[in-house]
Ligand binder design. Sequence first.
Ligand code: PNS
Length: 166
Amino acid sequence: MRRAVCPGSFDPIHNGHLEVIARAAGLFDEVIVAVSTNYAKQYRFALEERIDMARETLASLKGIVVEPVGDGLLAEYCRQRGVSAIVKGLRSSSDFDYELPMATMNRQLSGVETVFLPAEAHYLHLSSTLIKEVFTLGGSVSDFVPRSVLKRLHAGGSASETPPRG
Ligand code: PNS
């Protein structure tokens, strides 16, 4: 069983993510979409909502599961689940600059490889941040996100994660 993980905040998941996840599912027997919470970040959607949106959107695709990363290291998460590869989409050289140290660190920590898939040209401009900004300022994002995300954007999203005390 070749298992891959597609990690991210997915705040919210968008069509660019979905395209990379679908391609990863074509390369591996199972893909875990691992939803992370970084307490240094402010999220529009709570972890449960981010997971629900991903699950609703990916429900019809075989071999894909969605779960939280938890509070620990992604490398440890991969080791515990026998993950062969982390799969990441790359939109630009700045994505690569951001991803390369993490890929190297994850490999040193647990031996897990990172596989980069070049983003489809149609989705090169998409990011969760830009989509939220366009939506907040009244622009249409229906071409960029699945229906379940659009519904939740209109519903407002719940409060952002609060950092743990202490
Ligand atoms: O969508 P994001 O926020 O860019 O996703 C980043 C993610 C989830 C890949 C990264 O934050 C991560 O790996 N978090 C888990 C904690 C961890 O392992 N940190 C060390 C990375 S080398």
